[in-house]
Write a protein that binds this ligand. Structure first.
Ligand SMILES: [Fe+2]
Length: 303
């Protein structure tokens, strides 16, 4: 997610109870506003690697096909790209065995996400639809906040398909297939989490700019950096934790204050995008998160 800079068409009518989205219900992508989609930040390890940039742009280009055909194009990943995946996925799996939510670990297996090869969005999309009626759609890169979150109201997550630069397998300044497939996608197999995500999407479509900022914090402290209590233990489920060796290890040290989840506090707590997170919040369950978020989003339309 990027900080908001542009507004998209807001659609005030929505139903929080409509989880029966079909492919035909998806809006046209042409309304989406992209932000510097093919520009890499200066601190990107691939910024001065011409071959990498060309390859990244070629894979990003497949997302444009999707907008015309609604079919996800598989990527023929190179041996070097597969190697990057194997290195990162193997190391993350070791740390996750102790630190990740049991639900998440099981979901990874259900989706066929392994350390051997980069999973295709098309495969994971098919399985997710069966498990929780959630969808994936390829995207070129970062999208501004309101547009990105709004797609969740269609039970759809926009996902990148390219992979980080091989010089630094542990790091990426932008979402990549590691962050999407190892961080985000397994959580959507949980119906409560999928519904919660959809509520965030509904919220983004009707939020004032102030509410959108608060919603961004809720997303940050749950979807990206959330912890959950499971059988008396604290485990990670946030994508930013599960897809980063450094963050996942740091989350369980004394460097981090782990607080019980409190919605009011979360939506009023600013965060730094690029620093290690000093405060994390622990939800009691996905069901709790879903119901708390439902009430919160319902309050948007009453103000
Ligand atoms: Fe993310």
């Amino acid at each position: 997610m990027l900080p908001e800079t542009a507004t998209t068409k807001t659609e005030p009518e929505f139903s929080l109870s409509n989880s029966e989205i079909k492919d035909e219900d998806l809006p046209e992508f042409r309304d989406m506003q992209f932000e510097k989609i093919n520009q890499l930040d200066l601190d990107h390890p691939g910024a001065s690697d011409e071959d990498y940039r060309a390859r990244r742009d070629r894979i990003a280009g497949l997302a444009k096909n999707f907008r015309e055909t609604h079919v996800i194009t598989d990527v023929e990943y190179t041996a070097e790209e597969q190697k990057v995946w194997q290195i990162v996925a193997t190391r993350l799996e070791e740390i996750q065995a102790k630190r990740a939510s049991e639900f998440y670990l099981d979901a990874k297996k259900k989706l066929g996400i392994s350390t051997n090869r980069i999973p295709q969005l098309s495969e994971m999309n098919k399985r997710l639809k069966e498990l929780s009626n959630f969808r994936l759609a390829p995207i070129e890169g970062l999208v501004e906040t309101r547009a990105f979150l709004s797609w969740l109201s269609y039970r759809t997550m926009l996902c990148t398909q390219y992979i980080r630069h091989p010089s630094r397998p542990e790091y990426t300044p932008e979402p990549d297939i590691v962050h999407e497939a190892i961080g985000h996608i397994p959580n959507f197999t949980n119906r409560d989490f999928a519904d919660f995500s959809q509520f965030i999407g509904h919220g983004a479509r009707i939020a004032t700019d102030q509410q959108l900022e608060e919603l961004g914090r809720l997303y940050w402290f749950t979807v990206e950096y959330g912890l959950v209590e499971e059988a008396g233990e604290i485990k990670a489920f946030g994508a930013g934790l599960l897809s980063s060796f450094g963050e996942l290890e740091n989350a369980f040290t004394d460097n981090v204050e782990r607080r019980p989840f409190d919605l009011e506090q979360v939506i009023n707590t600013p965060y730094e995008y690029s620093d290690m997170q000093p405060i994390l919040y622990v939800i009691p369950s996905y069901a709790y998160l879903k119901e708390t978020t439902r009430k919160y989003i319902e309050s948007f339309s009453k103000k």
